[in-house]
Design a protein. Sequence first.
Length: 223
Amino acid sequence: MKQTAHVARITATNTGLRAMFALLAAALVMFVLQNIAQAQGTERSGKDVVTGICANCHATGAQGSPKIGDKDAWSKFSKQSLSSLTAVVLKGIRQMPPHGANMKLTDTEIKRAVTYMVNQSGGHWIEPTSRTKPAAPRTGQQIVAAQCSKCHEKGLNGAPKIGDRDAWVPRLKDGLDPVVRSAINGHGGMPARGGMANLTDAEMREAITYMFNKGRVPEKAAK
Ligand code: HEC
Ligand code: HEC
């Protein structure tokens, strides 16, 4: 009799514990799902923003706006940096309303929209990632393939060629740091951050190291 009561108590405790764990697990799943939804839901892609908002004028070139797909009209903008173009959009210019007439847009959404329009019009920019969900850093190889090779592959306008040690060694005579800084600021035919506004300083360093070492040091596999 005593024994049965004991067993019953243990079973009751176990059931209680199990129920508690089940509740905890459910709460955890809810929490994770909510965070995923937030990370995905808060910031729209450039395409969505453009289709929903900017296209109202830019699809047809209404009021003298540069038309999406008009390479000539956009070429002068795509030479600017993403941050300077974004600043114009935030502030507005002449017939272009501040924020593209939508104050709810985040800076990242505007940057993405600008990038999308530039890319629809002959550009090759990379859409910035949401700060609510940071992207995995890109390898030097990926960055060079996506951007720097446009000029550094063939040595356009005197750009030091990828893997050409003779061209790179004199530039690196004072070490990597001053060259990284100089490439971030840009000079001569070298645009600021190599024309890739969302490149972090660490990524810039990786890209330069990759261009210096190409063909001599075994390549790291792209992540
Ligand atoms: C109500 C119409 C309208 C909407 C909506 C609009 N634009 Fe514009 N946009 C214009 C006009 C007009 C110009 C040309 C301004 C000028 O140079 O006189 C312009 C110019 C621009 C430029 C070139 C800036 C420069 O330096 O001259 C960019 C970039 C741009 N818009 C981005 C956007 C983005 C991104 C959106 C959506 C978030 C957007 N626009 C929504 C009318 C619009
Ligand atoms: C539009 C063409 C262009 C693109 C794109 C470009 N570069 Fe350059 N880059 C140049 C030119 C031209 C020079 C030589 C500038 C000079 O010495 O006056 C240069 C020089 C450099 C230098 C040497 C700087 C110095 O002070 O000696 C570095 C480092 C560099 N680029 C890195 C990069 C990286 C990294 C990328 C990609 C993220 C990139 N570049 C993309 C054209 C470009």
